[in-house]
Design a protein around this ligand. Structure first.
Ligand SMILES: *[C@@H]1O[C@H](CO)[C@@H](O)[C@H](O)[C@H]1NC(C)=O
Ligand SMILES: *[C@@H]1O[C@H](CO)[C@@H](O)[C@H](O)[C@H]1NC(C)=O
Ligand SMILES: *[C@@H]1O[C@H](CO)[C@@H](O)[C@H](O)[C@H]1NC(C)=O
Ligand SMILES: *[C@@H]1O[C@H](CO)[C@@H](O)[C@H](O)[C@H]1NC(C)=O
Ligand SMILES: *[C@@H]1O[C@H](CO)[C@@H](O)[C@H](O)[C@H]1NC(C)=O
Length: 500
């Protein structure tokens, strides 16, 4: 064990000297860029024609509602937002702040053919901005998690982040699970084949489903089909997938169907379920549609010489996508694993009732004694990271407290594979900016310019109860170096885009 640890750190050392990212995630979410949440930018939202209201289903307070209200020029309205909310300046600031990873929330509607234009209203054109943004991040050496944040049919009630505020979420049906699988197949194709998507190392299946597992029938099967879909796409395009024999010949745009037939003929028990087959078939024309939108000639040779999938993509599932997110006997996403997989834990003191009493002492005492990571590890949800957190509180926090609150969260969360703050920015004049914006937190000195640093490494010491076992499980402290390797792979970058 000692030897193994030693050689792992040696490898890590080697990788760092070659410009590899560190083995911890220091990240932010690119919130409100491609899935707009009006509360994060109230002035701009109003300029776009939006409104604010207490119950967001009753006014123009979601992308869906805005698109329904301005069907003729909604795309132009959003194009302005997409080109100004996240820019090269932001990327430079992220880099200066030592951010090595971003989580990028996406709606299903970015894959435009998935939208039923009669009943569903969303802006068009986002995919080009996504590609451009990913390119800027890649240039800056920042790796990316593509996060399916807003699901077809809506995954949870009355939340702006789902794209449509409604009291009746309908994601948990065969039809909508099917659409999410097509989205997944398309994103897997593009992440492997499109040069601008090169820094994508993870695709997340579902952000924050309903916590009550009784109300999410079929989610466990969806998780399994999600993984099978990803692996099937990889297999088709020539990536080695654990448990799959290699397919003959080199993939190209013409022989995908044939390869699919060839793949279906191989008996891998349980792999090609009906929903997976259906999603794969529909994903080809969908992919071609997107290629056209991006003016992209798909280059299937981009897969040649790729490392086995275990080094390329990780997948996180249901949000809190760790098992702790849901209650009432939830499915365990680790049961779905084929190849590498990761898990996402979200912890908001402000929003989740009953985490701790609403005062500074109770917050710190609770946080400094939490064992979420150990519980995840015990359930096989490893590696796990904190995909969202903020400095929000249920009480009026002083500057002094917010420095501590930032320190304590970073101290606790970095014991996982890392953390990602929600969100990188909030409109400057919003009262939410102080506790929800990473850039604002830096400016105000709550957060340190070097994300690995703390103002006070002993911030938790006064709050730890003595029986707490602080040496618990070192094993969960490191992200397997393989998981990050894709982010630094650069062999495609010098190649022009085009069919070879
Ligand atoms: C979107 O929300 C509206 C209003 O809350 C609701 O009537 C509609 O059914 C929802 N549509 C979808 C596709 O979720
Ligand atoms: C969970 O959902 C079920 C089915 O809708 C419901 O009967 C139950 O009361 C819910 N549990 C909680 C704690 O809300
Ligand atoms: C340790 O702290 C936690 C969180 O404050 C508390 O729930 C728990 O009862 C404490 N345990 C002991 C043994 O004091
Ligand atoms: C926080 O401060 C504001 C402004 O002083 C006040 O209106 C509000 O009631 C306070 N909130 C709490 C939870 O104390
Ligand atoms: C600390 O945790 C380790 C590993 O879980 C366990 O073996 C040890 O007994 C614990 N120590 C205390 C004081 O609880």
């Amino acid at each position: 064990m000692q030897l193994l640890l030693l050689s792992l750190s040696f490898l890590t050392f080697l990788r760092i000297t070659r410009g590899a990212p560190p083995s911890k995630i220091y990240g932010v979410n690119l919130g409100s860029w491609l899935v707009l949440e009006p509360w994060m930018l109230p002035n701009e939202w109003e300029t776009m024609g939006g409104e604010q209201c207490g119950d967001c289903s009753t006014c123009i307070a979601s992308e869906f509602a805005l698109a329904a209200a301005y069907p003729d020029d909604v795309d132009e309205r959003f194009a302005v937002h997409w080109s100004t909310w996240f820019t090269q300046d932001d990327v430079n600031n992220l880099k200066d702040a030592g951010i090595n990873t971003v989580r990028l929330p996406l709606g299903y509607w970015i894959v435009e053919p998935l939208v039923n234009r009669i009943t569903e209203h969303y802006p068009r054109g986002g995919i080009k901005y996504l590609a451009k943004g990913l390119d800027m991040l890649r240039e800056a050496g920042i790796q990316v998690i593509l996060d399916h944040h807003a699901l077809p049919g809506v995954q949870v009630a009355n939340q702006m982040f789902t794209g449509n505020c409604t009291s009746t979420p309908q994601f948990y049906t065969d039809y909508n699970y099917g659409r999410a699988l097509i989205w997944t197949a398309v994103m897997t194709f593009i992440s492997h084949l499109h040069p601008q998507f090169d820094s994508v190392f993870s695709i997340e299946a579902v952000n924050e489903p309903i916590m009550n597992a009784t109300q999410t029938p079929g989610l466990g099967d969806f998780q399994k089909n999600f993984v099978r879909t990803v692996r099937a796409v990889e297999w088709l395009i020539g990536v080695d997938v654990p448990g799959c024999p290699s397919l003959e010949g080199t993939p190209n745009a013409e022989n995908l169907d044939e390869r699919l037939t060839q793949a279906f003929a191989v008996d891998i028990p349980g792999h090609f379920t009906a929903p997976v087959i259906e999603a794969l078939k529909t994903s080809f024309p969908t992919l071609l549609y997107i290629a056209q939108e991006l003016e992209w000639m798909i280059d299937f040779t981009a897969c040649e010489g790729r490392q086995p999938i275990t080094t390329k993509l990780v997948f996180t599932f249901s949000h809190f996508m760790d098992i702790l997110w849901q209650y009432n006997d939830p499915p365990n996403p680790s049961d779905a694993a084929i190849g590498p997989q990761a898990y996402d834990h979200h912890l908001y003191y402000r929003l989740v009732r009953g985490v701790a009493a609403a005062n500074p002492e109770a917050y710190l005492e609770n946080l400094c004694n939490r064992n979420d990571i150990q519980r995840d590890v015990a359930a096989g949800n490893i590696p796990v990271w904190y995909g969202e957190f903020s400095l929000a509180t249920q009480f009026n926090a002083t500057d002094e407290f917010l420095r501590k609150w930032a320190d304590a969260q970073k101290l606790m969360y970095i014991q996982s594979a890392g953390w990602l703050f929600w969100s990188f920015k909030i409109e400057k004049t919003s009262p939410y900016a102080r506790q929800w914006s990473y850039f604002e937190g830096l400016e105000r000195g709550y957060l340190t310019q070097d994300p690995s640093q703390l103002h006070d490494p002993d911030v938790c010491a006064p709050y730890r109860n003595t029986s707490m076992n602080s040496t618990a499980s070192k094993r969960d402290n490191t992200i397997p170096p393989d998981l990050l390797r894709r982010a630094v792979r650069s062999h495609k970058l010098s190649k022009p885009v085009g069919i070879h």
